[in-house]
Design a protein around this ligand. Structure first.
Ligand code: SF4
Length: 431
């Protein structure tokens, strides 16, 4: 811990200790055999002899482990480091698990550069073996379309590199910064906004000297009251490294709150260990933004991970990217937001997909997002309705989008449309 810790790792990549090193029934059926709705009943913590809490396993993941990792024990499977060491990263291993389409095979074979193939065994257990159109499979298995550049697409569509005062830190808004703590993720989403940098084995975009410079910048900038630690996925860092970073940031008197952005509860829920949550509790106020894509991610394992985080007093919000053919239906989004609320995760942002290179097959028209918000607002709990935003290309920040609820004026009356399409008047004048 502390400075000594940094010196020991000065020359290494932040994730080097991970040494990122191989079903047939559809996901939902097996998940729901044991767990009819994602969080009902709330997962019970089983305790092994010897007092170590045991992680929940769905029938789906148990069947997958026995078939594809017969040598792995239940403890291996529940160990997040084992999951990282056994990530699926090549076409041959994936082919043994899924019937790959020609398009998928060609895309993986031709891949060269950032955003490699990487899927944790746990997340692979949720993929449909025979259907390349299954939403979860589309979100993590490459296809040829991601190698086609369409008009308007950019490597860095949000202009993050232009608002970066020091490497690994983005300072776009007055009072907060984005701290890119690592360029590593356990599982790579094919639509990743930071596809230009994540998973790049050649270039270290985030190393310890970057951390030091970023911390020095924050220390010297009293306007910064909020630090969002993201990446890559910061929860792939060891407890010790993450605690070192949190403690350094917490020592800066003007930093009022810390946030962590992560997809770990969806792709590597085993990472949310009691030791991690005990450590995180020491750095309140600490908030978390959890990245979810589809209701099929809301498994018993994910429910347990969210329960542990929420029980540690961490306010949880979700972020979801709107993706064509994956989650762009009102019913799908409703199932996702309802499942999240039951896991004590507040649906926070629904993002219009950023125009990164090769994203045309993922992007929907903006009208689709508005239609989804219109299908949620008023029709379900307000807490379950996320803010639909476009992160403005070029670095303009998040711009909220709302269906049209103000339809005009008559004299001093404001004419409003409610969720059922009925018109109401509000006397919009004061004495
Ligand atoms: S988890 Fe986040 S940073 Fe990692 S690949 Fe997915 S979207 Fe990108």
């Amino acid at each position: 811990m502390g400075v000594g810790f940094v010196l020991r790792h000065e020359t290494g990549a932040l994730n080097e200790e991970l040494e990122p090193p191989s079903l047939q029934t559809h996901t939902s059926n097996l998940i729901h055999k044991t767990f009819s709705t994602p969080t009902e009943p709330r997962p019970q913590m089983r305790v092994l002899r010897g007092g170590k809490p045991r992680f929940t396993n769905s029938l789906l993941s148990v069947a997958f482990r026995k078939r594809f990792f017969p040598e792995a024990t239940r403890s291996d499977w529940d160990d997040w480091r084992w999951q990282l060491r056994h990530r699926i990263r090549d076409v041959h291993t994936l082919q043994a698990m899924l019937q790959l389409s020609e398009e998928e095979q060609a895309a993986i074979g031709r891949h060269n550069g950032t955003l490699p193939l990487s899927i944790t065994p746990y997340y692979a257990s949720l993929l449909d073996r025979s259907n390349p159109s299954q939403p979860l499979r589309r979100s993590v298995v490459p296809v040829s379309a991601e190698q086609t550049r369409t008009e308007g697409e950019e490597e860095d569509p949000l202009g993050e590199d232009h608002t970066s005062p020091v490497p690994g830190l983005v300072h776009r808004y007055p009072d907060r910064v984005l701290f890119l703590a690592t360029d590593f993720c356990s599982t790579y989403c094919r639509y990743c906004t930071r596809s230009r940098m994540v998973g790049d084995a050649q270039t270290q975009h985030c190393n310890v000297s970057h951390w030091e410079r970023a911390i020095a910048y924050i220390e010297a900038t009293p306007a910064i009251r909020d630090v969002l630690i993201s990446g890559g996925d910061p929860l792939t860092l060891s407890d010790e490294r993450l605690e070192w970073l949190l403690s350094r940031l917490r020592r800066i008197s003007h930093v009022e709150m810390l946030r962590i952005g992560t997809k770990v509860p969806a792709v590597l829920p085993q990472r949310i260990t009691p030791a991690l949550t005990r450590m995180l509790k020491r750095y309140h106020p600490l908030w978390m933004s959890l990245h979810f894509t589809h209701p099929d991610e809301l498994t018993p394992e994910t429910a347990q991970a969210c329960t542990r985080l929420a029980d540690a007093g961490i306010p949880l919000g979700s972020q979801t990217v709107l993706l064509a053919g994956i989650n762009d239906q009102v019913d799908t989004m409703k199932r996702l937001v309802h499942g999240l609320v039951k896991m004590r995760v507040r649906p926070y942002y629904l993002y219009q997909c950023d125009p990164i290179i090769g994203s045309a097959h993922f992007r929907t028209p903006v009208t689709k997002g508005l239609e989804i918000i219109q299908g949620l607002r008023g029709h379900t709990t307000g807490y379950a309705v996320p803010n639909y935003v476009i992160d403005a290309p070029g670095g303009g920040g998040k711009i909220p989008l709302l269906p049209e609820y103000v339809i005009g004026r008559e004299g001093s009356d404001l004419l409003l449309r409610n969720y059922e399409g009925k018109t109401y008047r509000y006397p919009d004048y004061c004495k």
